[in-house]
Design a protein around this ligand. Structure first.
Ligand code: HEM
Length: 338
């Protein structure tokens, strides 16, 4: 066996170095991946900003888009990645076009879109103004998205809690029968005479706590709160749950207990700690509308139907499932006309 010299020795040395480098990289990767539970693994350098699950490329695609939203500007990507959003925006554009065609500026505005269109005309030619077609799309889109899922999720919670608490359901129905009766639709004026129903709806919102971490805010200037300095530009996440489930404010914070909203005489009371719509200047813009929707839909449903757990089905859980909102766990119900 002869000794390796010259070019041959050089090639072997390079191959060995590459081999050792690869082995080292594999070990490093294994050590690095072992620190994380199975599933998506943070990418070195980008950390949790971009969690990629190599076994689920479709899901990872959304993560990539979330981290680099400018990719959505590539023609065709948004339609492919978010078909439901595309369908929603198309529907909204149809509504706006129809509005533009039927809008009569000489008549009082029919709604927010008409009022916005009037402003767009007034400031035409002023590039500084925010009253333009693109912002009209955004404002109307925001109202739809902020207003639809929040109210329907709360109603889904309300029905779940009614099948889990049939006594409370019966008491609501007795109040409906007494104040409204079977012959007409509920009206907002009825609310003042229905303290128990009102208490149940408020307790549904408190218990369900559908937006526990509120929407993020940012300080627009240096601010001092209880001696703590919060510098300008800090993102703040307020914990609405800590108030809605505060054990110093509620008798049974973790239970569904409509009496939280009733005084000793059975009159409706609203404790200060009730803030599912947040608080302060940026409190939910749609609160008055949401209140009306919840009251009218809830009483209409219970006026006409009794709800129960379907026979032979297990009692559903009342533990919420956290997405962006906290939604009720999947459940089935049986609706029987009254
Ligand atoms: C049960 C129903 C609803 C709940 C629990 C709810 C809750 C909230 C919360 C917690 C916020 C964040 C407030 C903050 O930033 O401090 C918010 C904001 C907002 N909500 Fe609602 N909401 C509901 C229904 C609605 C409806 C029906 C609409 C409109 C049709 C609406 C429109 C908005 C808008 C536009 C904002 C942003 C306000 C701003 O940033 O100034 N919401 N909502």
């Amino acid at each position: 066996m002869g000794l390796l010299t010259g070019d041959a020795l050089y090639s072997v040395a390079v191959a060995l170095a590459v081999f050792l480098l690869l082995v080292d990289l594999m070990h490093r990767r294994q050590r690095w991946a072992a620190r994380y539970p199975p599933g998506p693994v943070p990418v070195p350098g980008l950390g949790n900003l971009l969690q990629v699950d190599f076994e689920n490329p479709a899901y990872s695609f959304y993560k990539v888009l979330n981290a680099f939203p400018m990719l959505l500007r590539i023609p065709g990507v948004a339609e492919k990645a978010l078909p439901a959003l595309k369908a929603f925006l198309d529907l909204q554009d149809e509504l706006l076009t129809e509005h533009r065609m039927t809008w009569d500026p000489s008549q009082p505005p029919r709604d927010l879109t008409d009022a916005f269109l009037a402003e767009v005309v007034k400031v035409k030619g002023n590039p500084e103004s925010s009253f333009n077609d693109e912002n009209l799309r955004m404002v109307v889109g925001n109202l739809f998205t902020a207003g639809m899922v929040t109210t329907s999720t709360t109603l889904a919670w309300a029905l779940l809690l009614m099948i889990l608490h049939p006594d409370e359901q019966r008491r609501v129905q007795q109040e409906i029968d007494k104040v409204i009766g079977p012959g007409r639709c509920p009206e907002m004026a009825d609310q003042a005479h229905m303290p128990f129903t009102n208490a149940v709806i408020h307790e549904v919102q408190r218990f369900a706590d559908i937006i526990p971490m509120n929407l993020p805010h940012m300080t627009s200037r240096d601010t001092e709160v209880q001696g703590f300095l919060i510098p300008k530009g800090t993102t703040l996440i307020t914990n609405l749950s800590s108030v809605l489930k505060d054990e110093t404010a509620w008798e049974k914070p973790l239970k569904f207990y409509p009496a939280h909203f009733l005084d000793a005489e059975g009159r409706f009371v609203k404790p200060e700690a009730f803030m599912p719509f947040s608080a302060g200047p940026r409190i939910c813009l749609g609160e008055p509308l949401a209140r009306m929707e919840l009251f009218l839909f809830f009483t209409s449903l219970l006026q006409r139907f009794s709800f129960s757990v379907p026979e032979g089905q297990p009692r559903p859980s009342d533990h919420g499932v956290s997405y962006f909102l906290v939604i009720p766990p999947p459940y089935q119900l049986c609706a029987v006309a009254r």
